[in-house]
Design a protein. Structure first.
Length: 133
């Protein structure tokens, strides 16, 4: 588990290809995409430059609700999110909040540990697939 909760992976693809791969992988798993935010487009609208940066909010109630039943405060961090960005060297990255870290942050009980662990494994596998690891 990352000490700050943020897991990052370098992508073998461009930011545009990585975001397309992410959306396809989410949909292939039967998860819902609740929102896609193009931060670079937002910056351009106000005359500012920003390298490609996308935030995707996704998940399903079956996976997240048990965690919120334990402690509703985790709702500030759910649904899950993935960030795709391009760094100054042109390298694309995939980042996400580790659900195990979120569970610790919100002091979830041992009865929800299996659900948090399943989310952690699921998003880690998704990120690796999307990044081409």
């Amino acid at each position: 588990m990352p000490t700050d909760g943020l897991a990052t992976l370098p992508s073998a693809y461009s930011a545009d290809d990585t975001i397309r791969r992410l959306e396809a992988a989410i949909e292939a798993r039967g998860l819902a995409i609740f929102a896609k935010i193009d931060h670079a487009a937002g910056a351009a609208e106000v005359g500012l430059a920003l390298r490609p940066t996308f935030l995707v909010i996704f998940g399903n109630a079956r996976a997240g609700t048990p965690l919120m039943q334990d402690n509703q405060e985790i709702g500030i961090d759910l649904p899950l999110k993935a960030l795709i960005w391009q760094d100054a060297a042109g390298k694309a990255w995939v980042g996400y909040n580790d659900p195990a870290w979120l569970a610790a942050r919100h002091r979830l009980g041992s009865e929800t540990a299996p659900a948090a662990e399943a989310l952690a494994h699921g998003i880690a596998a998704l990120a690796k697939e999307v990044a081409g690891c």
